[in-house]
Design a protein around this ligand. Structure first.
Ligand code: BES
Ligand code: ZN
Length: 876
């Protein structure tokens, strides 16, 4: 353990900055073995207090420091590992700082670093302080002018934010380019790129008629993989104008793809930097899911130009202000671009599987956290996905028109400001007149609320009473919770379909004959419905209208009624999932197979109907092992090996019972050349899912189909699906196919990553041995986040049966990797740790998991990132 334990930073301690910076000029002089940064700041004292100037800075070598042109002596300032303090400064002054930094040895991928042949930056959240001394906080906003000097031949392209205002060759083979960004911004939105890059260019005309030049910069070899992202960018720009009335505000918008990146992408003002995996796309390197991910991330980063850049966060506790809202916006965009039903199912599945688990674990925190040790650890599913659900609930409560009015008011009121989640809610309150005081508990209380539902029907009075009660389990630092304001979008299902009703309650809202929006605000409430013709089954939380766990004790008959007769597609799917969960539980406990029979009958009916093919494809997929484990953790605790075995047996039963259907579907032909477009995506998903069932009954036939897909198909979706099937069937043919595939795509890193991932996720055979081999593979790189995630991340978080097997060797492997990365890349090290932190969910495995956490905790020199996750996980 480190000697001085890192201290938590608290929201309650927030103070405005004692100084402002009206403008900043940065001069970068890039060399192979060092970089010089000269920063000139125009500072002004704010609030009149006679306090010293304290600038943030880390891993910097200070070369000189001057105030209003006079160089300071070493007794006029003091340095510590995280800051520079200048004790006596005037109220207005110019500060010039010269520092030396070392991007060439920066493996943390924060600040200025090298990725392959280029220089690039990542400053969010607190990376700018690794570039120069600064007030590195989002509420200090300034106008940036940036000059970059570098070798002309190796770095012909020099980029920063805003507009290029100068470019000139210099002597000795170097050149300089100057950029100016007229919009005030916090330092976390600063970016710089230097490299030998190729680009594609396009243009966009805003609704007001302004022309915008759009460029995507990549390594020359990737120039043929930019078109899809460019198209997604233009569609995002148009969509944000149409749906939110937001136009772009500069003449240039650049995207750069880099191979070494901790996250997916970053919204730096007019210079978005993307992980290659989140922007490059072609049928050979990108799956259908990959295309959808590129589209969503391009949109997300573009949307930040308003929700994040024009209006930014006051402090990092408000992170969900920009991230939750922007995830909500990108999910609306994706729904509009593709299958809305499938998008909702995917979002809810992620939320329930991973966010619910986070919120029930040692790192549980509110959407607006109260404290953190390392802010990088709070780019979480809670801030992002639950934060987006909170915005979605506002959208449900206000309806689309008022919500739009609220967002207009928010952008209008706070343009150019750094604000809080309260400001966002205040705008929604102002336009709607709805009291959102209680609603704001969604921002401050952690944990997933549980809603219990019971109903009774009075046939004589034709009256149905629905009693809903809510509770929320204790979470770290919050032992008692107040009731949430929960929007329950619902209906009633009779034997032949949805029933009309007359809602008696007035605090809630009847939205149609068959739909009401209940507002559950108390610990327990009873809602009365009149004119109900028969005993109904309640259909609760249509579209998953609130991020809660629902306990309703449905009978199998109730679930079947929901599956066949409920009008909301999300709830039909949800009932089918619940039935599948029951079938898995039956298999674990060896009970009678009532749920299994009902599940088979329901799926058979869907296969025989002429329904939406995308929804059908999703519906054939059973709840994941991780989701089942999350559900079990709420009661008896989870056993990943038992879960795997039981889920396999349910799959095998479905395969046997419905083999004729699966055989037909596994053999469908898909017309035309590859296009990542709705109908074809659904057909490919159906074919591959059917193939996965077929292998349970006819493994050889399934392998034949897989091999023919590998040979004949024109796209990565089919090829990877085929490899996955072969990996499951195993044997010599599989081995040969995997080797041949690698040889064919060895020079496409993005494909190699997915090839790694499929092997790490394969639940069959000896995955630990496979992963150990992959870690020694020549294409592996223990400093590249995409590679680490493809092998270690995939194995530990997406292959639970193997990660938890092998008498704890999976845990030891993860701990070894985390210890190795702790100093090299603390952000990635801390993120990889997540699966181990869930040790309390696995009673029979917990001890071994804990041993590895303790081994990490005992290391000297833990980074703040790893220290926070490990210490919170072990705290009782
Ligand atoms: N602002 C983030 C990127 C970021 C996060 C940088 C944490 C530094 C630290 C960006 O807008 C983002 O949220 N990216 C997501 C993708 C998005 C579609 C949710 C990512 O990178 O995964
Ligand atoms: Zn974001």
């Amino acid at each position: 353990m480190r000697d001085a334990q890192p201290q938590a930073i608290r929201l309650a301690d927030y103070q405005p900055s004692a100084f402002s910076i009206s403008s900043v000029t940065l001069d970068f002089d890039l060399y192979d073995e060092r970089t010089f940064v000269k920063s000139t700041l125009n500072l002004a004292r704010e609030g009149g207090k006679d306090v010293p100037l304290v600038l943030d800075g880390q891993e910097l070598k200070l070369l000189s420091l001057s105030v209003d042109g006079r160089e300071l002596n070493s007794d006029e300032y003091s340095l510590d590992p995280d800051s520079l303090t200048i004790s006596n400064v005037p109220d207005h002054f110019e500060l010039q700082i010269l520092t030396e930094i070392h991007p060439e040895t920066n493996t943390s991928l924060e600040g200025l670093y090298r990725s392959r042949t280029m220089f690039c930056t990542q400053c969010e959240a607190e990376g700018f302080r690794k570039i120069t001394y600064y007030l590195d906080r989002p509420d200090v906003m300034s106008v940036f002018t940036v000059s970059i000097t570098a070798d002309s031949e190796r770095y012909p392209v020099l980029l920063s934010n805003g507009n290029q205002i100068e470019a000139a060759p210099l002597e000795n083979g170097r050149h300089r380019v100057v950029w100016h960004d007229p919009h005030k911004k916090p330092a976390y939105l600063f970016a710089l790129v230097a490299g030998d890059l190729a680009h594609i260019e396009d243009s966009f005309t805003t609704a007001s008629g302004d022309a915008v030049t759009l460029r995507i910069f990549v390594e020359p070899k990737d120039l043929n993989k930019c078109d899809f992202a460019m198209d997604a960018l233009k569609r995002s720009m148009r969509w944000d104008e149409e749906v939110y009335g937001r136009e772009y505000d500069l003449e240039l918008f650049n995207i750069v793809a880099v191979d070494d990146f901790n996250m997916g992408a970053m919204e730096n003002k007019s210079l978005n930097i993307f992980n290659t995996s989140a922007v490059l796309a072609s049928p050979d390197v990108t799956t259908d899911q990959g295309y959808q991910r590129v589209e969503a991330i391009v949109a997300h980063e573009y949307f930040h130009n308003w929700s994040g850049n024009r209006v930014t966060c006051r402090d990092w506790f408000q992170l969900s202000l920009k991230e939750g809202f922007t995830v909500f916006r990108d999910s609306q965009f994706s729904s509009d671009m593709g299958s809305a039903a499938v998008k909702r199912i995917e979002d809810v599945t992620l939320l329930r599987t991973a966010q619910f688990a986070e919120d029930a674990g040692p790192m549980s925190h509110p959407v607006r956290p109260d404290s953190f040790i390392e802010i990088s650890n709070f780019y979480t599913l809670t801030v992002y996905e639950k934060g987006a659900e909170v915005v979605r609930m506002l959208h449900t409560l206000l309806g689309p028109e008022l919500f739009r009015k609220g967002s207009d008011l928010y952008f209008d009121r706070h343009d150019g400001q750094a604000v809080t989640c309260d400001d966002f809610v205040a705008a929604m309150e102002a336009v709607s007149g709805i009291d959102l005081t209680q609603f704001k508990r969604w921002y401050s209380q952690s944990g997933t609320p549980v809603v219990r539902a019971t109903g009774s029907y009075d046939a004589e009075k034709k009256r149905y009473s629905l009693t809903l009660s809510q509770s929320c389990p204790p979470t770290p630092g919050q032992s008692v919770k107040q009731p949430f304001d929960i929007p329950v979008l619902m209906g009633l299902v009779g034997s032949r379909g949805n029933l009309s009703f007359a809602l008696v309650d007035t605090a809630s809202e009847q939205r149609s004959d068959t739909e009401a929006l209940l507002r559950l605000t108390q610990a327990e409430q009873t809602f009365e419905f009149d004119d109900v013709e028969e005993q109904p089954v309640p259909a609760l939380f249509r579209g998953f209208s609130a991020p809660v766990r629902i306990q309703a004790d449905w009978s199998i008959d109730d679930l079947q009624r929901l599956i066949t007769s409920e009008e909301d597609g999300f709830l039909r799917w949800d009932a089918l999932q619940t039935l599948a969960l029951l079938a898995v539980d039956e298999a674990i406990s060896g009970r009678e197979k009532a749920a299994l029979s009902a599940l088979i009958a329901s799926i058979q009916a869907m296969l025989e109907q002429d329904g939406d093919r995308a929804v059908l494809a999703t519906s054939l997929i059973l709840p994941s092992e991780n989701y089942i484990a999350e559900v079990h953790s709420q009661s008896q605790g989870a056993d990943p090996i038992a879960i795997h075995t039981a889920r396999e047996s349910v799959k095998a039963s479905l395969a046997t019972a419905l083999i004729d259907h699966f055989e037909v579907l596994a053999n469908i032909t898909i017309e035309g050349a590859y296009a990542p477009e709705g109908a074809a995506i659904a057909e490919r998903a159906l074919r591959l899912t059917a193939l996965d069932y077929l292998r349970f009954v006819q493994p050889d036939k399934a392998a034949d189909i897989a091999i023919s897909l590998l040979e004949k198909s024109d796209n990565l979706t089919d090829r990877l699906g085929a490899l996955r099937t072969l990996g499951a069937v195993g044997g010599k043919r599989a081995e040969v196919a995997f080797d041949a595939f690698y040889r064919r795509f060895a020079d496409e890193p993005l494909v190699v990553n997915q090839w790694f991932q499929i092997q790490a996720m394969n639940p069959y055979g000896d995955a630990l041995a496979r992963v150990t081999r992959l870690l020694a593979h020549p294409a592996y790189d223990n400093l590249n986040p995409n590679k680490i995630r493809s092998v270690v991340g995939a194995f530990c978080s997406a292959n639970p049966v193997q990660f938890h097997a092998s008498s704890g060797q999976g845990y030891a492997l993860l701990a070894d990797v985390v210890i190795d990365l702790n100093k090299k890349n603390p952000q990635i090290a801390a993120r990889l740790l997540a699966p181990l932190t869930k040790w309390r969910n696995y009673p029979n495995y917990a001890q071994r998991m804990k041993v590895e956490l303790e081994r990490i905790a005992a290391q000297e020199n833990l980074s703040k990132d790893v220290f926070e996750v490990v210490s919170k996980s072990l705290a009782s």
